[in-house]
Ligand binder design. Structure first.
Ligand SMILES: CC(=O)N[C@H]1[C@@H](OP(=O)(O)OP(=O)(O)OC[C@H]2O[C@@H](n3ccc(=O)[nH]c3=O)[C@H](O)[C@@H]2O)O[C@H](CO)[C@@H](O)[C@@H]1O
Ligand SMILES: C=C(OP(=O)(O)O)C(=O)O
Length: 436
């Protein structure tokens, strides 16, 4: 397990380039299985989860060719379905969440697929009903081997259907869209998730020959086609990284420019940080965050305490709530952070409390943060990163704190942030990676 040793209290400065979006990459990589033709993908982030998925594609027989630092060609001419039966598949597929999206394309193209219970962050219950109910509506048969935690799906042919999703699941929508893109006839998906990741996936599928209407909304109409062809795709900048960098700049009083941030795709993210009082300027497609000694959390119009809650897109993504929470610890004012989707994502606040933050964990979903307005600095401690976003929040807290901190289990952070220590060191951060 690797750790970061961090000496806090340094102001950072300079430019940072966001990586390609992790959660988009996981969808796009699975989609290469939909065609025997070559798919070229750019801005592929070099992060653990994405590299694991590329490895899995290779194991499944996909020809993988890295043609640049962040660019790959994938050709799924033949796919080795026997690999499903191997212990290696079980081990690898179970180690990340994104592997669940192998199912849709495999079902569409080969009529069968199987997967162990996927991994990903342990942030509460992460059910998969939406995925399997959707496949069943398209005519697939579904079997769950509970002793092995293994899901099997079979469909001699998929037929278009009307599907009202029980919840707007991000990966569930991606899976069903990919399966429906080659099903016979028309599929309607209502209550679809429409995060930029999904908009990007749908646009890519359309370039491959799919017929999809309603992209960007929660009502998708898909007319199945017999085959899909190759294409080229470029990932958007990672909006969660961008939000993390905005929070990092404010918390450490740093002047940072986030280059080529894809501002038009960030939805309500910049505005949410602005409501915490953080100043930023949009310079073309860059976001400039000036060094700020103080930032003051707004109240609602009636003077009541601000609540920041997650919601499905175009609401505020749950993946940035941990960052909002940590940034609020040094703001002036009070905010209620309400994590509606996941029930174990706020428990990391006990570490922030140990560092001196004023937080009341009201229940597993809600935490009230009373900002210190820099009257007291956080103090460095030793801690363990419980999940990817809490990990980065603790890193931000440690970079702003007095003294030294150690963050263990930084593999969690590496799942989603490309060379984060090296990139932050280039801005002046004091971080040392210690392998043990
Ligand atoms: C690999 C990947 O892309 N992971 C993302 C994906 O996970 P993933 O696709 O696994 O998450 P889902 O969208 O399925 O659901 C997330 C959670 O929200 C709940 N839920 C969802 C929809 C809804 O209308 N109501 C509701 O309560 C679900 O029960 C679940 O607990 O989307 C999540 C929600 O944006 C993000 O946190 C994850 O980073
Ligand atoms: C929860 C996340 O990832 P995953 O779904 O891969 O666990 C995340 O990216 O914040």
């Amino acid at each position: 397990m690797a750790s970061f040793k961090i000496t806090g209290g340094q102001k950072l400065s300079g430019e940072i380039h966001p990586q390609g979006a992790k959660n988009e990459a996981l969808q796009i990589l699975c989609a290469v299985l939909l065609t025997p033709e070559k798919v070229t993908i750019h801005k592929v982030p070099n992060i653990v989860d994405v590299n694991k998925l590329i490895d899995l594609l290779r194991d499944l027989g996909v020809e993988v060719n890295q043609i640049g630092e962040e660019s790959y060609e994938f050709t799924a001419k033949t796919v080795n379905l026997d690999f499903f039966g191997t212990a290696e598949y079980t081990k690898k597929a179970a180690s990340l969440r994104g592997s669940i999206m192998l199912l849709g394309p495999l079902l569409a193209r080969f009529g069968k697929a199987m997967i162990p219970k996927p991994g990903g962050d342990k942030i509460g219950r992460r059910r998969l009903d939406t995925h399997f109910i959707g496949f069943q509506k398209l005519g697939a048969k579904f079997l769950f081997e509970s002793e092995k935690n293994f899901y099997h799906i079979d469909a001699s042919s998929l037929k278009g259907a009307y599907i009202h999703l029980d919840e707007a699941s991000v990966t569930g929508t991606a899976n069903i869209v990919m399966a429906a893109s080659m099903a016979e006839g028309k599929t309607t998906i209502y209550n679809a998730a429409c995060e930029p990741y999904l908009q990007q996936l749908c646009k890519m599928l359309v370039r491959m020959g799919a017929k999809i209407d309603g992209i960007g909304s929660n009502l998708l109409h898909i007319e199945g086609v017999k085959e899909l062809k190759g294409t080229e795709h470029t990932m958007l900048p990672d909006m969660i990284e961008i939000g993390s960098f905005i929070g990092l700049a404010a918390m450490t009083q740093s002047e940072i420019t986030i280059k080529n941030a894809g501002v038009e795709h960030l939805g309500i993210i910049p505005e949410t940080f602005q409501r915490l009082g953080i100043k930023m300027e949009f310079r073309g497609d860059d976001i400039f965050i000036p060094s700020q000694q103080h930032y003051e959390i707004e109240t609602f119009i009636d003077g009541s305490i601000m609540t920041i809650a997650d919601a499905i897109w175009p609401g505020f993504t749950p993946d940035l709530l941990s960052i909002v929470l940590v940034v609020a610890t040094q703001a002036k004012g009070t905010v209620l952070v309400h994590q509606k989707m996941f029930e174990s994502r706020l428990f990391f606040v006990d570490k922030l409390i140990d560092m001196g933050a004023q937080i009341i964990l009201c229940d597993p979903h809600r935490a009230t943060v009373i900002g210190l307005d820099r009257q007291i600095n956080l103090r460095g401690i030793s801690m363990t990163s419980p999940d990817i976003r809490a990990g980065v929040s603790l890193l931000i807290a440690a970079l702003s704190a007095d003294g030294e901190s150690t963050i263990h289990n930084v593999e969690q952070i590496d799942r989603g942030y490309q060379n984060i220590d090296t990139r932050l060191k280039a801005l002046g951060a004091k971080i040392e990676r210690v392998e043990s």
